[in-house]
Design a binder for this molecule. Sequence first.
Ligand SMILES: NC(=O)c1ccc[n+]([C@@H]2O[C@H](COP(=O)([O-])OP(=O)(O)OC[C@H]3O[C@@H](n4cnc5c(N)ncnc54)[C@H](OP(=O)(O)O)[C@@H]3O)[C@@H](O)[C@H]2O)c1
Length: 261
Amino acid sequence: MSPPARPRIVLVTGAARRLGREIALALAHSGWRVAVHYRHSEDDAIATEARCAALSGDSARFAADFGSESEVRALLPRVIARFGQVDAVVNSASLFEHDSAQTFSYARLDEHLRSNTGAPIVLAQALHAHLLQRADAGEVDVQGAVVNLLDQKLWNQNPDFLSYTLSKAALEAAGTMLSLALAPRVRVVGVAPGLTLTSHLLQGKKFEQMHRLSPLGRSSTAHDVAATVQFALDNRSITGTTLLVDGGQHLMRFERDFSLM
Ligand SMILES: NC(=O)c1ccc[n+]([C@@H]2O[C@H](COP(=O)([O-])OP(=O)(O)OC[C@H]3O[C@@H](n4cnc5c(N)ncnc54)[C@H](OP(=O)(O)O)[C@@H]3O)[C@@H](O)[C@H]2O)c1
């Protein structure tokens, strides 16, 4: 009889609430042990941690502000200290503050680049170093994966959320470079949702109307996005590409961000 497969460990950033939470729960449901990252939403993180633990047998939560490089650099070592190892990172945490060509500032760009681009790269770097150590220690067939949450608006640009869009465009480009630089130990895959969740800027009937604005007549659901993240983590031949999960919204032209249309 072969020994039971050891549980796989995934760090999901921004997992307290919203899409990150749905991704964490879907992965826990299929047996992943989830390290739940959060910044401010501690009560929600405790609830996500409890649900993940009930689904897969173990979970833990980790606070970190991605504006601070030292907090990001400390995060993966904390996860490894708690679980003994880590196999994958899903970068869902994201800053989404409005600016435009008229209000752009270095400060606004810097905070988006730190949270949305720098943190995912540092976490990929740390995962790669960890997997190399495991291979050096004699573990065979060591490979991990990073999934970066992007946005269909990179393929369908409008002038709103300038710094956010730049930070995600840089992350998309980093996905290509990292998939080459960190192979064969780490695969890097982008998942780009369309309009998926309501927000304080867009809800009710207006959200439903915008959600229907796509060739398929419906953009993505949280379930669609989580299922695609799971597929990207499981499929060992995918790297250096992005899966657009948006009902085809990226094929259309929108003059403004959905929340400002
Ligand atoms: N929702 C959509 O319709 C949609 C559409 C397209 C793309 N996406 C992408 O999908 C991902 C998830 O979307 P979402 O709507 O769930 O995201 P969100 O609610 O805007 O943000 C997710 C979490 O990111 C964390 N976060 C923000 N800034 C941080 C920082 N400096 N340090 C650490 N954590 C930080 C926050 O954690 P705390 O609450 O703990 O502070 C927040 O709960 C994002 O990458 C987004 O760009 C979403």
